[in-house]
Design a protein around this ligand. Structure first.
Ligand code: NAD
Length: 480
């Protein structure tokens, strides 16, 4: 069985402990490869490599850094099919989704920051006739990049690319649940000739590798995407060391449907925003609020279309929902469905585990689930479930739905459906989320700032925000 290796100082290395963890294919419920059970010693080696590569990488002309990133983007595109298959095998998602979204976006991340590297600029301020100030932005040093399992290569590259473009070197850790595409990515970096030590990838558990990255004094900036509880732990470790932190955390996003919406667009997009990637996207709209006059029509139609979705083998082109990432996560989602019933919820679609036959007989599959009859304040509507489960609730007024939308501790994204332009602006202004989509969902322009409010995170990714994050600003003031 294949053994994944760490990528440290330009070469593939076994973990120093020689210990490995099992890597499951969740669609089959079987181990299909092994990944390094690395620890603080491997992180230390990776950090030394990143520190020693920093001087030459940060002083390389931006055009040359850009060329490396673009070469890696080209190699991702070349290997799109192989990477999509690996992503699907690791994570359980339909391979067609990985081909259409995850892997093209990973290539786009590398390409975007290849371009950003050469277009990045800093500011100058003329203070009347008295002085000229100019800002110098220098890369900080060795950066720690820690990513989750739900969009593995997409989110991994979303952190690594701006760090490298800004001139930082990197110690990165993918999720232990989905290590394969990061491993294939390390091979592409070697093929692209990326200088040794510029990017180091250490596989293993969050409690060992992630914790060691947070603690290491040689890593001065950390970009993390994952759960809010983990984000708090990282902040508790890294903040007293005055490390610069970007934390992209969980969500409980509202999907608000006004009666004047384009009904067909709202319904067909709601199917995606509820159940794409088995609902395992931090931006999924898990709380749907529908204006009362449209409530029955919307619920009936969403239930009808949800029941028509196919839960199946991720390798099958017809499949809409693949496997949940792990048995433990499937059971967590099932426990929330049980909680919803205890809280008085009525299941209108789904609610159960799906048992497939053949290759996927041992896999972790769930029906897409719609629940109604719950109070916006109950636990089901307050806590992140991160699965194919949505609740639908009616509302009467704009004020009421804004209050509901803002009533959780999260503030990642929100979606509004209305043909009334003034209302779209008015409501968007009052919702406390880092991104508001009006009449669309998951539409991304990589130049825009991305991130959450409240317990959905601090810091912003995307565009120059991310480039700035990986640099330190210094002002030079020249008196005229
Ligand atoms: P997680 O927090 O369990 O793990 C994320 C990463 O952190 C993994 O690589 C893990 O190994 C590592 N980790 C775990 N413990 C650590 C520790 N003590 N120190 C350092 N690193 C540690 O999250 P997950 O289950 O992999 O991902 C799902 C979560 O991610 C959801 O809450 C989801 O909303 C969130 N998410 C957020 C965004 C966003 O952009 N805001 C995007 C995707 C996912």
């Amino acid at each position: 069985m294949e053994k994944i290796l760490n990528y440290i100082d330009g070469e593939l290395r076994a973990p120093l402990s020689k210990n490995y963890l099992e890597n499951y294919n969740p669609a089959e419920g079987k181990v299909y490869s092994y990944l390094p059970d690395s620890d603080a010693d491997d992180v230390h080696e990776a950090t030394l490599a990143a520190q020693s590569a920093f001087r030459s990488w940060s002083s390389l002309p931006a055009e040359k850094r850009s060329a490396y990133l673009q070469k890696i983007a080209d190699l991702i595109n070349r290997d799109l099919d192989q990477l999509a298959l690996a992503e699907s095998r690791d994570q359980g998602k339909p391979v067609k989704l990985a081909k259409a979204m995850d892997i093209p976006r990973a290539a786009a991340n590398m390409s975007f920051y290849a371009s950003a590297a050469i277009h990045f600029a800093s500011e100058a301020h003329i203070t009347d006739t008295q002085a000229i100030n100019y800002t110098v932005r220098n890369p900080i040093g060795a950066a720690g990049c820690i990513s989750p399992w739900n969009l593995p290569l997409y989110l991994f590259t979303w952190k690594i690319a701006p760090a490298l473009a800004a001139g930082c070197t990197v110690v990165a850790k993918p999720s232990e649940l989905t290590p394969m595409t990061a491993y294939l990515f390390s091979k592409l970096c070697m093929e692209a000739g990326l200088p040794k030590g510029v990017l180091n990838i250490v596989h293993g558990l969050g409690s060992k590798v992630g914790q060691a990255i947070s603690e290491h004094v040689g890593i001065t900036v950390i970009s993390f995407t994952g759960g809010t509880v983990t984000g708090k732990k990282i902040a508790a470790t890294a903040a007293p060391m005055f490390k610069k932190l970007s934390l992209e955390l969980g969500g409980k996003n509202p999907n608000i449907i006004f009666a004047d919406c384009d009904f067909e667009q709202a319904i067909s997009t709601s199917i995606h925003s509820s159940f794409a990637n088995q609902g395992e996207i931090c931006l999924c709209g898990s709380r749907i609020f529908v204006e009362r006059s449209l409530y029955k029509k919307y619920v009936d139609e969403l239930v009808k279309r949800t029941k028509a979705l196919i839960v199946g083998d991720p390798f099958d082109e017809a499949t809409n929902l693949g496997a949940m990432v792990s048995e433990a996560h499937m059971n967590k989602v099932l426990s929330y469905i049980a909680l919803a019933k205890q809280e008085g919820g009525k299941i209108l679609a789904g609610g159960n585990q799906v048992k497939l036959t053949g290759r996927c007989a041992g896999g972790y599959f769930l029906e897409p689930t719609i629940i109604v009859g719950l109070d916006p304040q109950c636990r089901t509507n307050q806590e992140e479930i991160f699965g194919p489960v949505v609740t639908i609730m009616p509302f009467d007024t704009e004020e009421e739905v804004i209050m509901y939308a803002n009533s959780t501790s999260y503030g990642l994204s929100a979606t509004l459906w209305t043909e009334n332009l003034k209302r779209a602006h008015r409501v968007s202004a009052q919702i406390k989320s880092g991104i508001i989509w009006v009449n669309c969902w998951l539409f991304r322009d990589l130049r825009t700032p991305f991130g959450g409010m409240k317990q959905s995170g601090v810091g912003r990714e995307g565009g120059w925000e991310a480039m700035r994050f990986f640099t330190e600003a210094k002002n030079v003031c020249i008196k005229l």
